[in-house]
Design a protein around this ligand. Structure first.
Ligand SMILES: [Zn+2]
Length: 92
């Protein structure tokens, strides 16, 4: 599988999400940064996303730049646009 890094590795420190690559073909980003629209509808993906996000917050803090959030009620935000920090949150 190799160790291809997320295109926003400097933010998340993660590798490309291989589970997504398998199912959805090539991804160039991790589960947090993937813009694949199908992740919004996939429950298994959502659980993994939530877990990964929690780990990210513990290790890196609330730096959510470039991340794409599933549009779920558990998040009070749906999708972040580019270069938006948590503190400068913009709801879409
Ligand atoms: Zn990433």
């Amino acid at each position: 599988m190799g160790d291809k890094k997320c295109k926003y590795h400097h933010i998340c420190g993660l590798d490309v999400a291989y589970t997504l690559m398998d199912e959805y073909q090539a991804e160039d980003s991790c589960i947090l940064h993937s813009e694949n629209p199908r992740k919004l509808q996939n429950n298994e993906y959502y659980k993994e996303f939530t877990k990964t996000l929690e780990e990210h917050r513990k290790e890196k803090g609330d730096d959510f730049r470039h991340m794409v959030f599933p549009g779920d009620a558990n998040f009070s935000f749906a999708r972040f646009t580019k270069a938006v920090y948590f503190n400068g949150v913009r709801f879409t």
